[in-house]
Design a protein around this ligand. Sequence first.
Ligand SMILES: [Zn+2]
Length: 195
Amino acid sequence: MSLWARHRRHFIGDYDYGINYAGFVIHSAIHAARPDALWIAHFHTTNGVGASAHAEGLLPLSQTALYVIPRLSYHDYEGVALHLEERERLQADLGQNKLLLLRNHGTLALGSTPGEAWTGIYSLEKAAAAQVAALSVGRDHVLIAPEDAQEEARRQLAGEATGNGVNRDTRKSHHQLAWEAVRRKVDRQLPGYAV
Ligand SMILES: [Zn+2]
């Protein structure tokens, strides 16, 4: 079996557990629709799932949320994603954005590099965690960023999304810097994890 074929299947030790079909439905939908989606991260964290169940969606209550909101799409929950026809709705809901909140389900980010997917899911997860924490005092007590500050932040953060964050000179993109940093951290904390 080729390395590629092996990685498409779910192995635990030498035992083949087949593919995760719901994972296949979601990921194949995005890979098919978006040639820039070479990497996809999809999480079911407590905070990501928690924010995905907030009726108003991601609220403009943190700077990270202000970065995420203009880049975020939503897809309604239809049950475990076992039906291929859900792919068309997933693709339509995602549109041209790179971040997706799967309602009642979790978070998703795509990128043309692992660093872009990583920084995307990191930002979405951080915004979700801040929202879950903020809403712990009740929706009525949460301070939403003032409209003019939201507009200013949108303008200030707009450049972050262009050109994959690549600097104008030969420096590495912030996506690449973050990816290399997180790889160093994992290497330190879990040496040999990639074996
Ligand atoms: Zn999932």
